[in-house]
Ligand binder design. Sequence first.
Ligand code: FAD
Length: 285
Amino acid sequence: MESQKKYDRTFSFEFFPPKTVDGISKLEATSQLLAELKPRFFSVTFGAGGSTRDRTYETIIDIRAKSGIDAAPHLSCISSTQENIGQMLAGYIEAGINRIVALRGDMPSGMVEAGEFRHANELVEFIRRETGDHFHIEVAAYPEFHPQASSPTRDIANFKRKVEAGANGAITQYFYNPDAYFSFIDSCEKNAIDIPVVPGIMPITNFHQLARFSDACGAEIPRWIRKRLQAFGEDTASIRSFGEDVVTGLCQRLLEQGAPGLHFYTMNRAEPSMKIWKSLNLSND
Ligand code: FAD
């Protein structure tokens, strides 16, 4: 973990672009509350195949203006063209955005055309070629390895390609086993990869939703956590209380061992992340 200890801690919160007027006002309230914690930035996801292109842009502009917190759009390149990506980058530069989360994304179901980018390292290369050092670029990292990776060694080598292409930092897929993260950082150090790798944190509030996401993205819910959550059935209060203890304990261990911050997957809700934040006694003052 030595490589990680030299970096300043970065705390950030991730949102998805809301679809409805109600969703927009809920996100506004959420971002106002989380802004009080003075995170380094908010980020907003980008739907597969560009399905949220305009909403991601509008959400970024809106939450930055209303909260005063730096905002970073996610940008995924699968099934896109250089022209398309170039236009979005130009729009963000014009709007004064200088941080971006660069991803490959996943092919929308039913689509077969892969577009002009195959992997995220090509997107990072393109952003650097077209816009120089304008953007601080974050990329994705997978302590439990990406589900499509042919081997851990290849996955680390592919992660390194993104760093060599110009990524400044990484945010991980969520995980509940801190040893997976420590071991991933160890592999990074052995492979001369030296950028801050901030753990992605998914608060636990709803077992069925979490199980569905985890199956889709390949994140593992350890058996003991899954069994405990299943046993609570529909007892939401117990699920939340147990989830808060587990995730707070995870964050505590990560920070104590030198993780350079935390990135919360908020699902557009302030309360679960705020509770963990308060239990950890975190402060950005
Ligand atoms: P890559 O880095 O391209 O890796 C994908 C796979 O290809 C891996 O198995 C890797 O080992 C392999 N690979 C990488 N480069 C090469 C290469 N050059 N040659 C051969 N193989 C290679 N998805 C969205 O649609 N929208 C979002 O907003 C979004 N936000 C995310 C935020 C975070 C922090 C994380 C962790 C994930 C996010 N995702 C998002 C999900 C992400 O798009 C998927 O996990 C996707 O499957 C991989 O994206 P990537 O950028 O990691 O791809």
